[in-house]
Write a protein that binds this ligand. Structure first.
Ligand SMILES: Cc1cc2nc3c(=O)[nH]c(=O)nc-3n(C[C@H](O)[C@H](O)[C@H](O)COP(=O)(O)O)c2cc1C
Length: 197
């Protein structure tokens, strides 16, 4: 590490936010959820992500109550039909029903000779994280979930009319935290980072 003198951040609140950010588990999210202009502001921030080739390889579906009930019903139908663990199916379905707001971020990579599939998928992941951060900056809690539904061909076809390589990059659950989000262990920088001269 360099021993350059410490310079205070240009945007201390942003720096502090990033140093402390954490998800709120979906089961701790309550009403109100973002709506109207605040929601639009969150969505605008979410798509302001690095996007090699400007392909916009993502689509966003905002699920209101009826649509969340549909996602839950489809999860139960396909999950039980495939013999998946009943408890896990119920947990996923219930999360769709009880979260105040769910937003599906779809990874929709475009055919390209120059921009690899992975780079387009990474951009969809960036949309998910930016959406969470924009919502948190407005005081909301957010949780990025996936599960088998994110990749299941029938779920994708019936819920969104898409097929592979398109998939759900994330179900972003949003609402107001009902309790302080628990901290979790973070990796030590020294285990992750190597400095090279
Ligand atoms: C792509 C992706 C998918 C995830 N899917 C799930 C999931 O289905 N179920 C789950 O319990 N956690 C899932 N997680 C982890 C949660 O988002 C978890 O709350 C998160 O790791 C908390 O980290 P944070 O506090 O640093 O935001 C997923 C994370 C990512 C990045």
């Amino acid at each position: 590490m360099s021993d350059a003198p410490y310079t205070p951040p240009r945007w201390p609140e942003v720096a502090q936010f990033l140093a402390q950010r954490r998800s709120t588990p979906a089961q701790l999210l309550r009403n109100p959820a973002p709506e109207g202009m605040v929601l639009e502001e969150i969505l605008r921030a979410a798509i302001r992500v690095p996007d090699h080739g400007k392909l916009a390889p993502w689509r966003i579906v905002v699920h209101g109550g009826e649509s969340r009930a549909d996602l839950a019903a489809l999860t139960r139908e396909l999950g039980h039909g495939a013999g998946r663990a009943a408890e896990k199916v119920e947990k996923s379905a219930t999360a769709f029903e009880t979260s105040p707001l769910v937003i599906s971020v779809l990874s929709t990579p475009q055919p390209s000779e120059t921009i690899p599939l992975l780079e387009q998928q990474l951009s969809a992941g960036a949309v998910c994280l930016e959406m969470m951060h924009a919502a948190m900056a407005q005081g909301f809690g957010a949780n990025w979930l996936s599960g088998w539904m994110a990749f299941d061909p029938e779920f994708l076809s019936r819920a969104y009319g898409i097929c592979a390589p398109h998939c759900v990059a994330g179900f972003i659950h949003l609402g107001t935290p009902s309790a302080k989000a628990p901290e979790r262990p973070r990796p030590e920088l020294a285990d992750i980072v190597t400095y090279r001269d």
